[in-house]
Design a binder for this molecule. Structure first.
Ligand SMILES: [Zn+2]
Length: 141
């Protein structure tokens, strides 16, 4: 008698921060931040608890898709599957929220400090079984 095994299907792609990117009704992509209903603090990624006032009432907060480059460094040794070298950056979004993300650029010629950048999504590597590793990223605006 043949036994049919149920094999869980792997997702087609893997995300560095699952659920981090949301698509607005307009089709525009945004980072899914969290805005505290208690104190108004905005952060990324959306937390379960506000780190400023401990409120658990956090709502989705589509963050601005643009900002400026605050700081960055070139990564030569990364998680398995990630393409190297790559640039990891801190970006100050237009509402003041600071986020960390890969910067899509030539690691030998990154943009200058304070350069205007905009959000995008893209593949940053491949899993051992060949699935794309996707991430929110920024690129020169
Ligand atoms: Zn709060």
């Amino acid at each position: 008698m043949a036994v049919k095994a149920k094999v869980a299907e792997l997702p087609a792609e893997q995300w560095t921060v699952p659920g981090a990117v949301m698509t607005l009704a307009s089709g525009e992509i945004r980072l899914r931040g969290g805005k505290c209903r208690g104190c108004g603090a905005e952060v990324f990624p959306k937390p379960k608890v506000c780190l400023a006032c401990w409120s658990e009432e956090i709502e989705d907060d589509p963050l601005p898709a643009t900002g400026k480059l605050y700081a960055f460094t070139v990564v030569h040794v990364a998680r398995k599957g990630w393409r190297t070298p790559y640039v990891i950056a801190y970006v100050d979004l237009d509402n003041g929220v600071r986020v960390s993300a890969p910067l899509a650029c030539d690691p030998n010629a990154p943009p200058p400090y304070d350069a205007r950048v905009r959000l995008k999504v893209g593949e940053i590597g491949r899993t051992e079984d060949g699935r794309p590793i996707m991430s929110h990223q920024f690129e020169s605006a």
